[in-house]
Design a protein. Structure first.
Length: 202
């Protein structure tokens, strides 16, 4: 009986911890209006055999403004200015843009940039692992390009995002040195294509 009582208490404690992880995501979306961190992104093929790693710096300001500055192994910039999302590939010297409503929708980027959390996603707590508390966000839209995104927190800080797309490919983005509530210049989220770049607007 004593062992059963302990097991019930441990199970209840685990449920509370997991429920708190969902609350942590909601609090993060509601309260953390700006932030920045370095990131490492690892993309794994559906069979797990191939991996590609890239790294850079991430900044965001809600609503709907963010910048991913990839520096390794190639230079690429993704900027959302509140109206458009720009993607610049330095190797191709090509910049493309789309209106933010069609570019984001119920995507992981929208999740981080302050989209309609409970309107666009079904949330569920996951078991903690790798020292992080995890939450699963599954898009409610049936035509989404990804199956789910898992968000990992270390305490209250954003630590990782693991995206599974519709083809079984995984993209794990791990953040380091996260700082929330920082002052970011407005220029951070403005983008002008370099002179001579091929510009494609959709």
């Amino acid at each position: 009986m004593k062992r059963l009582a302990i097991a019930v208490l441990l199970g209840a404690a685990s449920f509370i911890a997991h429920a708190d992880a969902v609350d942590t995501l909601r609090d993060f979306i509601r309260d953390v209006k700006t932030g920045e961190a370095d990131f490492t992104q690892t993309v794994t093929s559906p069979d797990g055999a191939k991996k590609k790693t890239s790294s850079g710096h991430f900044e965001f300001a809600r609503p709907n403004r963010f910048r991913f500055s990839y520096t390794k192994p190639f230079v690429q910039t993704i900027v959302a200015d509140g109206e458009k999302v720009w993607i610049y590939d330095a190797d191709l010297n090509q910049a493309s843009s789309r209106k933010i409503a069609s570019a984001l929708g119920a995507t992981p980027a929208a999740l981080l940039a302050g989209g309609s959390l409970d309107k666009d996603f079904d949330l569920a707590a996951l078991p903690s692992h790798d020292g992080l508390d995890w939450v699963s966000a599954t898009p409610k839209a049936k035509d989404s390009t990804f199956k789910s995104v898992q968000v990992g927190f270390k305490g209250k800080d954003l630590a990782a995002v693991d995206i599974a797309d519709a083809f079984g490919q995984h993209s794990l983005m791990q953040f380091s040195g996260f700082r929330g509530g920082v002052s970011l210049p407005a220029e951070t989220f403005r983008y002008t294509p370099p002179a001579g770049a091929d510009v494609i607007e959709q």
